[in-house]
Write a protein that binds this ligand. Structure first.
Ligand SMILES: C[S@@+](CC[C@H](N)C(=O)[O-])C[C@H]1O[C@@H](n2cnc3c(N)ncnc32)[C@H](O)[C@@H]1O
Length: 265
């Protein structure tokens, strides 16, 4: 079943737009696009949450996640990565870019995304099945890729071919990371980029974080997230990670890096 089609007046189905799935486009300071929720999740905030900092979606992703993918790839062959919150796929594209720059392969990318349309859009775009896409949806993915590849000589098709091998079927992009999830692998890199917890509070709960790190990390693992939370710090330390509060991006207070095994520098 397709989630990105909708009935219109004349009975012919049409492709959904960003607005149809509750988002609007925001162009951030480095000119890369992000999506902002049309409705606020918290009563104290008038605007919906954005997927990235307004200071620069692409630069923020490289700062928080691309740098960590690079560190893992430089020390581990065929590493496994898990991404919580596919969104527009910036992190997946950062992983691919860092691997291609080093001539390295990636063993596994497990991505979780709770919004079915975001899974389907990304999958179809990756596989060049965009004939019916609304122009604004297509443009956002093309712009994201262009920004991720800026300053490299990697071609858009090269990066897409790399990722296509990891997302062969639509089902290769997982749905929501539920509280009782059984992890499908162990990972060397955790990229924890879900929204801040109003919709899925367990994601930031100490019990869940402890279980995830215990059951799904390897001897040598790294975790990066834009967030700084006491529960995360305690869970990382309880599961043998060295906790570091890194500089936050732009005006953000800080961000979290957890490192275990020979990845500790
Ligand atoms: C900050 S955005 C992610 C941005 C994304 N990493 C990117 O590179 O574009 C957060 C995403 O997490 C998703 N999300 C929220 N709760 C989730 C859950 N429990 N499991 C998986 N994804 C979730 C949201 O739908 C949203 O797309």
């Amino acid at each position: 079943m397709s989630f990105i089609l909708q009935e219109v007046n004349d009975g012919k189905p049409s492709m959904k737009s960003w607005k149809d799935i509750g988002f609007e486009i925001e162009i951030t300071k480095d000119e890369s696009p992000t999506l902002r929720l049309l409705e606020s999740l918290s009563p104290d905030k008038p605007h919906g949450e954005s997927m990235h900092h307004s200071g620069g979606a692409s630069i923020e992703t490289t700062h928080l996640y691309g740098s960590v993918a690079a560190a893992v790839l430089s020390k581990i062959d065929n590493p496994h990565f898990v991404v919580v919150g596919l969104g527009l796929g910036y992190i997946e594209m950062n992983i691919a870019r860092e691997a291609l720059l080093r001539g390295k392969s990636v063993g596994l990318i497990t991505s979780y995304e709770s919004i079915p349309e975001l899974r389907e859009f990304f999958y179809l775009w990756l596989h060049d099945q965009v004939q019916e896409f609304s122009p604004e949806v297509l443009q956002v993915y093309e712009d994201v890729l262009m920004h991720v590849l800026k300053g490299t000589e990697i071609s858009p098709q090269e990066l897409k071919s790399f990722l296509k091998k990891h997302f062969v079927k639509l089902e290769d992009i997982h749905g929501a990371l539920h509280e009782d999830i059984q992890f499908v692998s162990r990972y060397h890199g955790f990229f924890y980029d879900a929204f801040s917890g109003k919709t899925h509070p367990h994601l930031w709960g100490e019990e869940f974080l402890n279980r995830m790190l215990r059951e799904a990390s390897t001897e040598n693992s790294m975790l990066s997230t834009y967030a700084v939370k006491g529960a995360l710090k305690r869970a990382l330390q309880a599961q043998g990670f060295v906790y570091t509060e890194r500089a936050g991006f732009f005006s953000k207070r800080g961000s979290t890096l957890g490192t275990k095994g020979f990845l500790v520098s």
